[in-house]
Design a protein around this ligand. Structure first.
Ligand code: FE
Length: 195
């Protein structure tokens, strides 16, 4: 599991743990994350946001980010404050990635669950685009945002990137789409590692 550099460690995770099912969707975890990165690339996203799309669910990988079982999903307010229960995959993934990557990669990852809750509140019709599994986890995650939470989310300098990432996340569940392999994204990831 331990590679010579962080990118090799992450590649190992994709190869080994990425083969597992993605929370009731018809694609594996790895296929889902590769599809999200592919969509980001096709959409002309900047490199850090492509990396964030690729790595957004790394907190689901069992044992990778905490030594514990992978979390089912986040709890309300997980992105902003308080201790870190193991099930908060967005926050756990972001904190783990922060060893190597800056906030332009880690913060959209941290906010990608909040972005779903935000978009459900502010964009009519958005919730209808979600998969059944995603609608189910919305309930676990606290449902659509309201009140001060909306303002807090919108005030984040990474809110816009998080919402873009969220839309690729939502779309990256197609069993018939072939995304590039992990190797395709390695140079981009290496260029973003903190020195
Ligand atoms: Fe996802």
């Amino acid at each position: 599991m331990t590679g010579a550099n962080p990118i090799d460690q992450i590649a190992d995770l994709f190869a080994i743990q990425g083969a597992s099912e993605y929370l009731g969707e018809r694609v594996t975890q790895a296929a889902h994350m590769l599809q999200a990165a592919h969509l980001a690339e096709q959409d002309g996203a900047h490199d850090a946001l492509i990396a964030a799309a690729l790595l957004h669910d790394v907190g689901h990988f069992a044992g990778a980010t905490s030594g514990e079982a992978g979390g089912a999903d986040d709890l309300p307010g997980a992105e902003f404050s308080g201790p870190i229960p193991p099930q908060m995959h967005s926050r756990r993934g972001a904190d783990w990635l922060a060893q190597w990557f800056g906030p332009e990669v880690t913060e959209p990852v941290r906010l990608h669950v909040a972005a779903k809750r935000y978009l459900c509140a502010v964009e009519p019709g958005y919730a209808k685009t979600l998969s059944a599994a995603s609608i189910y986890t919305l309930g676990v995650q606290g449902g659509p945002m309201s009140g001060a939470e909306l303002d807090e989310f919108a005030a984040s300098p990474h809110a816009q990137d998080a919402c873009r990432l969220r839309r690729w996340d939502d779309a990256a569940k197609d069993p018939d789409v072939a995304a590039p392999p992990f190797e395709h994204f390695k140079p981009l990831l290496l260029s973003l590692v903190k020195r």
